[in-house]
Design a protein around this ligand. Structure first.
Ligand SMILES: NC(=O)C1=CN([C@@H]2O[C@H](COP(=O)(O)OP(=O)(O)OC[C@H]3O[C@@H](n4cnc5c(N)ncnc54)[C@H](O)[C@@H]3O)[C@@H](O)[C@H]2O)C=CC1
Ligand SMILES: O=C(O)C1=N[C@H](C(=O)O)C[C@H](O)C1
Length: 233
């Protein structure tokens, strides 16, 4: 396939390597100083840019009939606007806060665990995410997806950064140089702590997942998630 990379930063460069290793061509590399480009040169576009540019980049793909995979986090206030546009244009779109296989299995475990812990009032949930110091958003998109998975399956109503009220899930966001991404969900009681944790050792899993998602998306119409790509039900 001919792939456009929108955002040629840490992830854009990793996606380029993963795509080439799977036999694809990179026909466009768009970054903040790219003045003009024709997105229709690509069979599919993969956006890992910055929160402020993601919506414009995705809309440009959908308006030009190019399927688009989005991994950029921090723009979800406009998610409905994008999914509406995708349906209007009969386009193809996937967003995932995290494209790695391990985290997508972690998402499923987290939902199942939340369901099991929900009746046990002696346990209080909390979350921690750790990322490199260049990250623009907090909490991470992955932490938000994990919190949403708990909210769907328990009496918790909302998440909050650091200080949480009753019925809110407290998320601590730490920034430490070079950390690719670590997420933990903890249930504390007076007698013990139950913890599930995912630690990314590098960015290869995110990149491979995004390329696999782009291969899966081409030829389809609709709004999809990694659950569809990985057939997780
Ligand atoms: N969903 C997932 O699996 C993952 C998501 N991410 C997310 O991907 C995004 C990018 O992460 P990194 O590559 O680490 O950041 P980065 O800062 O290394 O790269 C972002 C790039 O986007 C460029 N950019 C700025 N404006 C642009 C525009 N208008 N069009 C195209 N590019 C533009 C920047 O100049 C920069 O090169 C972040 O939102 C991050 O949270 C990161 C890793 C995994
Ligand atoms: O910015 C990053 O680096 C990452 N961002 C994603 C997120 O916000 O969850 C995914 C991964 O944790 C790395």
């Amino acid at each position: 396939m001919d792939i456009a990379i929108l955002g040629y930063g840490r992830m854009g460069k990793e996606i380029e390597k993963a795509a080439i290793s799977r036999g694809h061509n990179i026909v466009l590399k768009v970054d903040k100083d790219t003045i003009e480009y024709d997105i229709t040169e690509a069979d599919v576009a993969i956006d890992f840019s910055v929160p402020a540019s993601a919506v414009g980049n995705i809309a440009n793909c959908l308006n030009n009939g190019v399927p688009v995979v989005s991994g950029t986090t921090g723009w979800l206030a406009d998610y409905e606007k994008i999914t509406t546009l995708c349906k209007q244009r009969k386009g193809a779109f996937i967003y995932a806060s995290n494209f790695s296989l391990g985290v997508n299995i972690f998402f499923e475990l987290n939902k199942k665990l939340a369901e099991m812990m929900a009746p046990l009032e002696q346990y209080k949930v909390s979350m921690e995410e750790i990322h490199h110091t260049n990250k623009l958003d907090a909490p991470s998109g992955t932490a938000i997806t994990l919190a949403e998975g708990i909210i769907e399956n328990s009496a918790y109503k909302q998440w909050a950064l650091e200080v949480a009220k009753a019925n809110e899930i407290p998320i601590v966001a730490k920034r430490i140089p070079e950390v690719p991404g670590t997420h933990a969900v903890m249930y504390h009681s007076e007698v013990d702590t139950l913890e599930i944790k995912h630690t990314a050792h590098n960015r290869k899993g995110f990149a491979l997942g995004a390329v696999v998602a782009s291969e899966w998306l081409v030829g389809k119409t609709g709004v999809f998630s990694m659950r569809d790509v990985l057939n997780l039900g």
